[in-house]
Design a binder for this molecule. Sequence first.
Ligand SMILES: [Zn+2]
Length: 301
Amino acid sequence: MADQLIRATAAEGGIRAVGAISTKLTEEARHRHKLSYVASAALGRAMVSGLLMASSMKRPGSRVNIRVKGDGPLGGLLVDAGLDGTVRGYVENSAIELPPNAQGKLDVGGAVGNGYLYVVRDVGYGYPYSSTVELVSGEIGDDVTNYLVRSEQTPSALMVGVFVDRSGVTAAGGLLIQVLPKAARDEALVSKLESRVSKLAGFTPLLQAGKTLPEIFQDLLGDMGLNIFPETQLLRFHCGCSFDRVMGALKMLGEEELQDMIVKDNGAEATCDFCGTVYQANRDHLSQLISDLQAESPPTI
Ligand SMILES: [Zn+2]
């Protein structure tokens, strides 16, 4: 099944629900960054969290950045997800592996450790909105939920999961259910929702059992006036880096530094952190940048 996101409402618009399947894009990230099991789970959970959060933004071009910085061996991670369904991201230490935690699961919390979660929402104009919360467990799902409840003050249930084994990522995705202000005071509704969500054992077991997103929504919200939107949005791993952008960044180093690279290295190599693409600039490329800089600078008298 293609990676996808669907939206729904319930309780006459008082509940907003978004579900996403992100198996293929998580596998692509694992492959691109050579991620260990625990790093795949950490980055995969953060990527689907970003996509779910970005899905409720309004203006085209809106994006969410999630940065996790912890004192555990993973170091940290960064995810950039858009309303357009594209996502990219990386972890600091992609190769670290830890023994399973007490529940026999990948120890994402142990890999991340204690620290902070930073979220930046770029709505496409003006200053981006940014906020920071302390990590609750480092398991990502709990941390993003805590951010939504505390910082954005929206009662939220977020469930994210990644299943990875020797054959790669075979199931990944998530579910975000939010109670909007007009329904937040309806305590009976909120507690009914809480009890249903708490009965779910996780998101990936549902996918592995062959459930589709509409079926998962139906099970959770079917008797609450569920309205599933007909549009299915496709999701994909995508990075906007390019050779031209790398050249632009190299140009900013200035003439002297570029000359130095030509003499010492006969060129330059740059790797994009987000997608792992390696860009090679040879001496001709660098010489061209120097000529461009010379042409742009005003003549000295
Ligand atoms: Zn890139």
